[in-house]
Design a protein around this ligand. Structure first.
Ligand SMILES: Cc1ncc(COP(=O)(O)O)c(C=O)c1O
Length: 383
């Protein structure tokens, strides 16, 4: 490559990297096959540890990739059969009938549908704060009020205050279990009892995006309430344990009349045949799920160790990310980590700064550890 060409290449590749990173797209330490078309459209920067978005860095299972490829030849067909197969498998796995299920292109689409149904000008959505804000922000954009109930001092849901605040004008209660960004859980008993009581008054939406990472997923899910006839909506995603963040598959479970309302306002056949084919294979690939959870636990153990050795507290996590307090202004910390090639999320909650780091491959977590030690030592040297 000549110097001019190299300069132009560098310039366009940096512009593209910056653009893709803004879109949250720069690949972790991923390498692509030499000469492939994909290599020319994805960022060249291969030393970026993307620990921002709670993805599964190990990628979809071999069974999912095989099913995905096998379905590509059918891409000219509307994917009715793939939809039907996935729907009946989810129904079987969840122990409900198919009219209790709605598929979405990721669970985001279903959160948005719920915001449309229960949000709007007179809507009032009650949730903990901080929590995942996609649904509440969508509802706010449609004119709803967001009634925030702060997490308690241990960063747990304050369920008794939430229950007390449920008045007839609340249009939806939104719970995230395990919660994002804390990684903490409400136990099966706590959340099921809350949902049984509160859903008699207003609908309760439980976002179980990180459900598969819990120690006892089956004993913690609020689908138990739905089976008893309660007005509870449970959302699940394939983006986490199944590593489908880019394939976009999610579903929700609710009473059939609620599913009809959500379907009217929300997704209509938005999923592709190949992604539904892959989801069908992945949903029952129990070995892969076990592997994903195991790799995630190893990553968490590594990060806990780094935090303990550097004298940091953290919230033991039931998800694929860890939240911990930092003694540095959150935006400044994020920028300094990014300058060292490590993407994390940072936030300030009630005057305290925090870092949320997603699990990555071990090489990404090692990059995190090195960058973290350097960034905190600059702080120590400055003070
Ligand atoms: C709690 C929670 N719900 C939903 C989502 C959206 O996931 P997706 O649209 O990929 O299913 C996320 C993404 O990080 C999340 O953390």
């Amino acid at each position: 490559m000549t110097n001019v060409n190299r300069r132009n290449w560098l310039k366009s590749s940096l512009t593209m990297t910056a653009g893709l990173m803004t879109m949250g797209y720069a690949g972790a330490s991923t390498k692509f096959e030499e000469g492939s078309h994909i290599e020319s459209i994805l960022p060249k920067k291969d030393r970026y540890a993307r620990l921002t978005s709670n993805e599964n860095p190990f990628g979809p299972s071999a069974s999912a990739k095989k099913a995905l490829k096998a379905a590509i030849d059918d891409s000219f067909l509307y994917p009715r059969e793939y939809r039907q197969t996935l729907m009946s498998l989810i129904a079987k796995e969840e122990g409900v009938t198919e009219d209790h299920i709605l598929l979405g292109a990721g669970s985001s689409e279903l959160l948005h549908a719920a915001a449309r149904v229960y949000g709007g000008a007179n809507g009032k959505v009650l949730s903990a704060d901080p929590t995942y804000t996609s649904l509440v922000r969508s509802a706010e954009m449609m004119g709803s009020e967001w009634v925030k109930i702060p997490l308690d001092k241990q960063f747990d849901h304050d369920l008794s205050t939430m229950e007390y605040k449920v008045k007839p004008d609340i249009s939806l209660v939104y719970l995230v279990n395990p919660n994002n960004p804390t990684g903490k859980i409400m136990t099966g008993d706590e959340i099921i009892s809350f949902c049984d009581t509160v859903s008699a008054k207003v609908p309760v939406f439980v976002d179980e995006a990180y459900w598969d990472y819990m120690e006892n997923p089956k004993g913690s899910t609020t689908t138990a309430c739905i089976k008893k006839g309660a007005n509870v909506i449970v959302a699940r995603t394939f983006s986490k344990v199944h590593a489908f963040a880019g394939l976009r598959v999610g579903y929700c479970i609710a009473q059939p009349e609620v599913i009809k309302k959500l379907a009217k306002e929300g997704p209509r056949n938005t999923l592709s045949g190949p992604s539904m084919s892959a989801a069908t294979a992945s949903l029952v690939d129990y070995e892969f799920i076990k592997y994903s959870v195991k790799m995630n636990n190893e990553g968490k153990k590594f990060v806990y160790d780094v935090l303990e050795k550097t004298g940091h507290d953290y919230f033991p996590s039931h998800t694929n990310f860890i939240l911990f307090p930092i003694a540095m202004e959150s935006e400044d910390f994020k920028k300094k980590m990014l300058a060292k090639g490590v993407g994390i999320k940072s936030m300030n909650v009630a005057g305290q700064d925090y870092c949320r780091v997603s699990m990555g491959k071990m090489e990404d977590l090692e990059m995190f550890a090195d960058a973290f030690k350097q960034v905190i030592s600059t702080k120590i040297n400055q003070s």
